[in-house]
Design a protein around this ligand. Structure first.
Ligand code: RBV
Length: 410
């Protein structure tokens, strides 16, 4: 009941699992605690996450807490085949790198076919597939990323959500760190592995100034790039301006940029017309969950020639005679061209996932068919544990200070 690329990679997968685990103290402390109490004993848990070394540490924790886990990858190109091989020695896995869209959907179908009682998802493809199948037998679930939460909130607004979901993405200990510092670093990790080009002095255009865009723009600046932000939300555009970035429209920025990074969760934020105006050699990178942010479809239709010039780099000859380069086929480049976010960041996201899974399991009867946030006390618990794992000590307010904060009266 497993389909992966190559079982022989499991030794390498186990080494990478151990490396990540050693840097994910927040999650492993929780894992040790729940390995004793086993709050997920016997729970059939369907999981759709990027199959990475960090995810293997979460899967390990869920298994130790007693869950019966079935795993599919959350993107056709993001699976680390050695990790899939290692995890398949411990549970059922349907994931390999380089799937067609059809194979990707098939893997999700296999997980649903095991009749899970609860789901963990990244991007909501598993949740949506479950809903198409009327979500029979599913008591609840959680969601990892902005795009997935957007999709689930849309279902909720239409009155179509069939079970309670915890939006792990909406925890401050997730989005402020994973989306910003995680994507900020791993996107450039992907860009550098794929292109090996210099970033200092280069005009980088970041499309979107949400938490991901902020992280990408901040790291681009740190690398010495000249950064322009494209943002259509007036408040976010203002923020980018006061953060000291050039702020522009995609039409304007298209003429100037050398490296373009999308981080919006929206479709066609780099339309084909913008690509047509770009300089010779411009590089296009997507850091958002789905491959819809750059209009790759039209680009491929119009292209005179497409050729892979390096792993994860396609050279596209345009009708104008100019060439542009597309990274990772327009899919989430930090996971396709690099290894995703670093473990120290994912320990927080996945500690939230672990606690969300336990909460849904124990409380779904009292919950409504709604998208829930993560309670503030859980966020604080994760932040404290993360600080400890990073060797940072903080104080606490005195009794006098606590009283002072509450002392204001009319
Ligand atoms: N993401 N996972 C990893 N190393 O396992 N890296 C990134 C990893 C998740 C991240 O939480 C983000 O919200 C999501 O991928 C986008 O699909």
């Amino acid at each position: 009941m497993t389909k992966i690329a190559d079982q022989k990679l499991s030794g390498s997968g186990e080494r990478n699992f151990r490396w990540a685990k050693a840097h994910m103290g927040t999650l492993t402390t929780l894992a040790e605690k729940y390995a004793k109490s086993r709050p997920l004993e016997g729970l059939k848990l369907g999981v759709c996450l990027h199959v990475t070394k960090e995810t293997s540490v979460l899967i390990d924790a869920l298994l130790l807490a007693g869950a019966d886990v079935k795993l599919a990858g959350a993107n056709p190109l993001s699976t680390q085949d050695d990790i899939a091989a290692y995890l398949s020695t411990r549970t059922d896995v349907w994931a390999w790198r380089g799937q067609s869209a059809k194979e990707y959907g098939w893997c999700i179908g296999e997980v649903l076919g095991t009749h899970p009682e609860q789901l963990i998802d990244d991007g909501a493809d598993l949740h949506v597939a479950a809903h198409v199948a009327r979500a029979r037998g599913i008591a609840g679930g959680s969601e990892e990323t902005t795009t997935g939460v957007m999709r689930l909130k849309a279902l909720e607004a239409q009155g179509k959500l069939r079970y309670p979901v915890i939006a792990v993405n909406d925890a401050r200990t997730k989005f402020m760190f994973d989306n910003r510092y995680g994507t900020g670093q791993s996107t450039f990790d992907g860009i550098m592995r794929a292109t090996a080009l210099l970033l200092a002095g280069v005009k980088v255009v970041v499309v979107g100034y949400g938490w991901v865009g902020k992280g990408v723009a901040m790291r681009a600046r740190g690398l010495g790039a000249r950064v322009t932000v494209v943002e259509v939300d007036p408040v976010k555009a203002l923020e980018a301006h006061l953060d000291g970035f050039e702020v522009s429209s995609i039409e304007e920025a298209a003429n100037e940029g050398v490296l373009f990074v999308t981080a919006t969760g929206q479709k066609n934020v780099i339309p084909y017309e913008a690509v047509e105006r770009m300089k010779e050699g411009a590089i296009l990178v997507n850091a958002g969950h789905f491959d819809v942010e750059i209009d790759v479809k039209t680009l491929m239709k119009k292209a005179k020639k497409v050729k892979e010039v390096r792993p994860n780099v396609d050279e596209i000859a345009l009708p104008s005679g100019r060439r542009v380069y597309l990274l990772a086929k327009g899919r989430i480049a930090n996971l396709v061209a690099a290894e995703g976010h670093p473990p120290e960041v994912m320990q927080m996201s996945f500690a939230n996932q672990m606690m969300a899974a336990i909460r849904i399991h124990s409380e779904h009867d009292e919950m409504e068919k709604k998208v829930y946030g993560v309670p503030r006390d859980l966020e604080d618990e994760v932040a404290r544990a993360a600080l400890k794992s990073m060797g940072v000590a903080i104080g606490s307010p005195t009794q006098e200070q606590k009283l002072y904060a509450r002392s204001w009266k009319l």
